[in-house]
Ligand binder design. Structure first.
Ligand SMILES: NC(=O)c1ccc[n+]([C@@H]2O[C@H](COP(=O)([O-])OP(=O)(O)OC[C@H]3O[C@@H](n4cnc5c(N)ncnc54)[C@H](O)[C@@H]3O)[C@@H](O)[C@H]2O)c1
Length: 353
């Protein structure tokens, strides 16, 4: 079978993770990269030995020698570029979040439904071995019925600046940027239940903390400390149709003594911490047991996660595997996040039925 010919749209910070993984996949030919900053695109094309560098997305999508694209641009472009790419006959891997709003996500879903192309959402943490092992235990019924999940994704050092801090471009702050990962992990492990109501709070108390110079932070390719129109902290309670619930907290800036990333799910036969390290709790012979699956790493590893995500996408495009994160999953997560913002805005519970 011939190689999948790939183009990468957006050549900023996260694009490197996609490009490294494409280069390490023997079934891929990296054809082109594209960025509205053409200089950046050219430099990245040189570094990764891509044949072409484009400054315009439409030009890249018109390239008949490209079968599939990764979309690694700002959130305000995700839905538009994904739809255009599908219409141009390309398979699509679009970075998280799928879009800025649920309405945009529904438009993507519609475009995908009317085509025979693959669209995958970049929920990279699903592809981590700790998540896949836990998912297989859950699918075999080892935890019983999952009725509660809890996730915390706390950064304390401030937002990544630039477009991440501009609500019009990003769609929101830590919720849509980093909270999205842990909401998705819980929802995926819970078996993709339908959300029925959301109660949430959003705060903007500490701002972007750009005055703090002593700690490193994730930065947009174009960091600009002047921009800051997004929330810095969100908490939320999501109820699902099957009676299960999810408790979430996420921040860019918080007076917390340390960053935290934790994800747990609890069922009537067992529970598990996925992060900060996979461990399963259950009981046997009137005794509580903590069981630790032995993995090369019990926690998410960036390089491994992206390699698995890209390998899964490439295999799905070639018809050799089922993609792990279809468009409707991305849309359901957007529906929950839209409701979280709406509840925080109104100060009331939002019903989704
Ligand atoms: N999966 C993850 O863990 C993860 C981590 C970080 C970022 N991301 C996602 O990746 C995306 C990019 O984030 P980043 O940190 O790389 O941002 P970035 O600002 O570093 O890079 C984005 C690039 O997109 C380019 N771009 C923006 N709009 C464009 C347009 N209309 N046409 C062409 N190029 C355009 C910019 O010039 C820039 O080079 C975001 O959606 C973000 O949510 C995902």
């Amino acid at each position: 079978m011939t190689k999948l010919r790939v183009g990468v749209i957006g050549t900023g910070s996260i694009a490197g993770c996609h490009l490294d993984a494409y280069l390490d996949n023997p079934d891929v030919d990296l054809v082109a990269v594209c960025d509205m900053n053409l200089e950046r695109a050219k430099n990245v094309a040189d570094r990764y030995h891509a044949q072409r560098a484009y400054g315009e997305v439409d030009e890249m999508l018109a390239d008949p020698e490209i079968d599939a694209v990764s979309i690694c641009t700002w959130n305000n472009t995700h839905a538009e570029f994904a739809i255009k790419a599908i219409e141009a006959g390309k398979h699509v891997l679009v970075e998280k979040p799928l879009s800025r709003t649920y309405a945009e996500a529904q438009a993507v879903e519609k475009a995908v439904a009317g085509s025979d192309r693959v669209l995958q959402v970049g929920f990279v943490r699903r592809h981590s071995p700790n998540c896949q092992v836990l998912k297989s235990f859950i699918d075999e019924g080892e935890l019983g019925e999952i009725y509660y999940a809890k996730a915390s994704c706390i950064r304390r050092m401030g937002n990544p600046g630039g477009w991440f801090a501009d609500k019009e471009i990003s769609g929101g702050g830590p919720l849509i940027d980093i909270g999205v990962h842990v909401i998705d992990l819980c929802w995926y492990l819970m078996g993709s239940p339908k959300a029925v109501s959301v109660s949430a709070n959003a705060y903007n108390k500490l701002g972007n903390r750009s005055h703090i110079k002593t700690m490193p932070r994730y930065r947009a390719a174009d960091y600009d400390p002047e921009k800051n129109s997004v929330e810095d902290m969100v908490n939320a309670l999501v109820r699902f149709e099957n009676g299960a619930s999810l408790l979430l907290e996420t921040s860019y800036s918080l007076h917390a003594p340390k960053d935290n990333l934790s994800v747990s799910v609890y069922g009537d036969k067992g529970g598990a911490d996925l992060e900060p390290g996979l461990m399963i709790a259950t009981e046997k012979h009137q005794t509580i047991l903590n069981v630790t699956p032995q993995l090369a790493s019990s926690t998410f590893q960036l390089k491994e996660g992206f390699q698995n995500e890209i390998d899964n996408f490439v295999a799905a495009c070639r018809g050799e595997a089922e993609g792990l994160s279809p468009a409707w999953h991305g849309a359901e997560i957007m529906k929950i996040m839209d409701a979280i913002y709406a509840s925080a805005e109104s100060g009331r519970e939002v019903s989704l039925v």
